[in-house]
Design a protein around this ligand. Structure first.
Ligand SMILES: N[C@@H](CCC[C@H](N)C(=O)O)C(=O)O
Length: 260
């Protein structure tokens, strides 16, 4: 069987996109998804995303990590899927879609930048040496001294597989403050089981965590990731973070056809 795919990336977090509005994709074939995401034997990506029909919104997002398993929300993937939905003529420049963590509104600006509204955050677990919160996916956030030379893969895996997070695990973000409203972030992603060049729910978690522990009073925060720059903005009322937006590029890379 032949299936058409489209490759996208958002600050280096890359995805295989498939238009599954006709229900053609074998969704339970974990091995196939893993193979399509494989960087040597497949197309190569951090994840695979299906664009599906939804009765009450513009479309549905179904997200799989590169290990082949369906997972929770992907912020960069959501932004790329919005760009893909526009390419497929499903939407124009404004959309509302459904993902595993609920409704998302998004806007595509004239320069191609995509702003994606993320879920509200009402629980931020602040510990002495880390912060844990869920921005659609679970995130451990910790400040480190030498981010440039930090071994993200080894230290991220240690925390991801620690007793702290049990079988479900967590994504792990290592952070350095650059200026009052500006942070550098490197992320270990569960389901990829390695450092990725960027993580959208991860930088969203970092922006909120840094505000929650008083490292910044800003509500528009710049984030440098390995694959580029992102921005996160939010409102904070009585400890609840709402109107959270993840803003950055979402770029089409190439398209092709796979035979399986
Ligand atoms: N890259 C994503 C996060 C994808 C989900 C994550 N790997 C998980 O399983 O929790 C993003 O941009 O948010």
């Amino acid at each position: 069987m032949k299936i058409k795919f489209y490759k996208y990336q958002g600050t280096g977090n890359d995805f295989v996109m498939i238009d599954n509005r006709q229900n053609i994709f074998p969704k339970n074939n974990t091995k196939l998804i893993e193979e399509l995401c494989d960087r040597r034997f497949g197309i190569g990506a951090d994840g695979l995303i299906l664009l599906e029909n939804d009765n009450s919104t513009d479309f549905k997002m179904v997200y799989y990590n590169s290990d082949g398993n369906e997972s929770s929300m992907c912020g960069n993937g959501g932004r790329c899927l919005v760009a893909f939905a526009k390419k497929m003529n499903v939407i124009n420049n404004e959309t509302t879609f459904i993902a595993t963590d609920g409704l998302h509104h998004a806007t595509i600006f004239e320069n191609g930048i995509v702003s994606l509204q993320m879920k509200d955050v009402d629980q931020v677990n602040i510990q002495s040496d880390y912060v844990f919160l869920n921005t659609g996916s679970p995130h451990h956030v910790t400040l480190v001294n030498d981010l440039e030379h930090f071994d993200v893969a080894t230290n991220g895996a240690k925390i991801r597989y620690s007793d702290l997070y049990g079988k479900a695990g967590s994504n792990v973000n290592f952070v350095k403050q650059v200026y009052e409203n500006h942070f550098a972030v490197r992320t270990y992603e569960r389901g990829v089981e390695d450092e990725t060049l960027s993580c959208g729910t991860g930088v969203t978690a970092v922006a909120i965590a840094m505000n929650a522990i008083g490292k910044t009073t800003a509500n528009t925060i710049e984030l440098d990731v390995q694959g580029g720059k992102l921005e996160v903005s939010f409102e904070k009322n009585n400890g609840i973070y709402s109107n959270v937006h993840l803003i950055g590029p979402a770029t089409f890379v190439f398209e092709g056809e796979v035979d399986f």
